[in-house]
Design a protein around this ligand. Sequence first.
Ligand code: TIU
Length: 221
Amino acid sequence: MPIAIPAEPSDFEFDPARTALIVIDMQRDFLEPGGFGETLGNGVSLLAAAIGPCKVALDAARANGMLVIHTREGHRPDLSDAPPAKVLRGAPSKRIGDPGPMGRILVRGEPGHDIVAELTPLPGEPVIDKPGKGAFYATELEPMLRHRDIEALLVAGVTTEVCVHTTVREANDRGFRCAVLGDACASYFPEFHAMALRMVSAQGGIFGWVTDTAAFAASLQ
Ligand code: TIU
């Protein structure tokens, strides 16, 4: 039974049984001081704005039996999956793999790699560990969606213009319809957040739709 959510550039119609909520990289490494995001020179406080809306979206999806998938960006402890171009780029205060206050920066199994406490995945919810910005690159995400006959994604998380955008672009090219929950996304750069959302819905929805968590939750009432 299709449901319509008010969205840009037009209503987003979805069947909850064929739609997944994907929460991108809501990890301590991006949201809390001392993690990867801060080592890149960013103030991390703006990202906290996405936590509450992500929780609203998770509660709505879970209450309606929708597939919920979480992702985490990070690398193996030996960094064998970390491209040197990524590790050596720029002049961060600490590089990927260096020790920090939440353990080694952007390394799987370290405290900083964990999803923030408010959004801890429930047992049975798949968590995709990804080495790149996009959730499809070098992961099991696509077969996981195909096996469940998922055809549309509701996308939330951080950061809007980096991992959310890359994932939406990858999904779009694979034929998945994407609606971004704008208030459940955040960026270190408010202007990038705003423009990234506009880029999704411009040109008749060149990458997809943009809506918000209140509209999503209300559509399932
Ligand atoms: N730096 C930045 O804005 N983002 C990332 O490095 N990864 C994600 O967006 N998850």
